[in-house]
Design a protein around this ligand. Structure first.
Ligand SMILES: *Cc1c(COP(=O)(O)O)cnc(C)c1O
Length: 235
């Protein structure tokens, strides 16, 4: 007989946290410097609550409509919310101030709109810049050259604070094949920090269920994990 869902989620959260610890230890990193962001698209508020009871403190949502009702339902938990899906300009108004960190900012247009809405709301919105690290035509994110071109502009928006970079590397057959992409994201962040010292490059959001240990070995500070916690999604 299968164990109840709640036990499964709790056990998986603990298993992932343990593996994060080991991966950090392997390369001499402080495990406290790595945050587990549970990727919860299609997962109900009740199951997320079970995950929170088991130790989750950060939750990432892709779809705004789905996210807003969960934010409401889980308000009492005090969990931190991350927006990790593609962000449309006309949705910015609804995400600013609701999410602690927006991972997927990929245009100067979006930067301006976030600054404008955050100004209206009298707050400072923290964001990551998404990088299209595999130069994939179908994927969102700045190409690296474009990122360097706009970077000097990014520090001058008073209601938006860039914290680092995010990427979703191309699908690979083996997790190990993602390593060069993670390395490239880290090197890009280091180069940006040198060339544009006014931009903070403290966070690297990279690594998912299949490859997060490798991402941690390469410097991830935020890993976004869905399947390894909540099981396969049927979508
Ligand atoms: C769904 C999703 C994840 C998690 O993917 P898993 O393979 O289920 O761990 C991470 N990041 C983003 C942007 C996602 O949409």
């Amino acid at each position: 007989m299968e164990p109840p869902v709640s036990e499964t989620v709790a056990a998986r959260v603990q298993a992932v946290l343990t593996r994060i610890h080991h991966a950090a230890g392997k390369v001499g990193r402080n495990p406290q410097a790595i945050r587990l962001v549970a990727a919860t698209k299609t997962v109900s508020a009740e199951r997320i609550r079970e995950g929170i009871a088991a130790g989750l403190t950060n939750v990432g949502e892709n779809r705004l409509q789905e996210a807003l009702s969960k934010v409401e339902a889980l308000r009492d938990t005090g969990v931190c919310w991350h927006f990790i899906g593609q962000l449309q300009r006309r949705k910015v108004k609804s995400v600013v101030g609701v999410f602690d960190l927006l991972h997927s900012v990929d245009s100067l247009d979006l930067v301006k709109e976030i600054d404008r809405r955050a100004c209206d709301a009298r707050l400072c919105q923290e964001v990551l810049l998404e990088v299209n690290i595999g130069h994939e035509p179908t994927k969102a994110g700045f190409l690296i050259d474009d990122l360097f071109a706009v970077a000097p502009d990014l520090a001058k928006w008073p209601h938006l604070r860039v914290k680092g970079l995010m990427a979703i590397p191309p699908r690979t057959a083996e997790a190990e094949q993602a390593r060069p992409y993670f390395q490239q994201l880290r090197v890009t962040a280091e180069r940006l920090a040198r060339e544009v010292p006014s931009l903070a490059m403290d966070e690297l959001s990279m690594g998912m269920s299949d490859d997060y240990e490798i991402a941690i070995e390469e410097g991830a500070t935020l890993v976004r994990i869905g399947t390894a916690i909540f099981g396969e999604r049927d979508e």
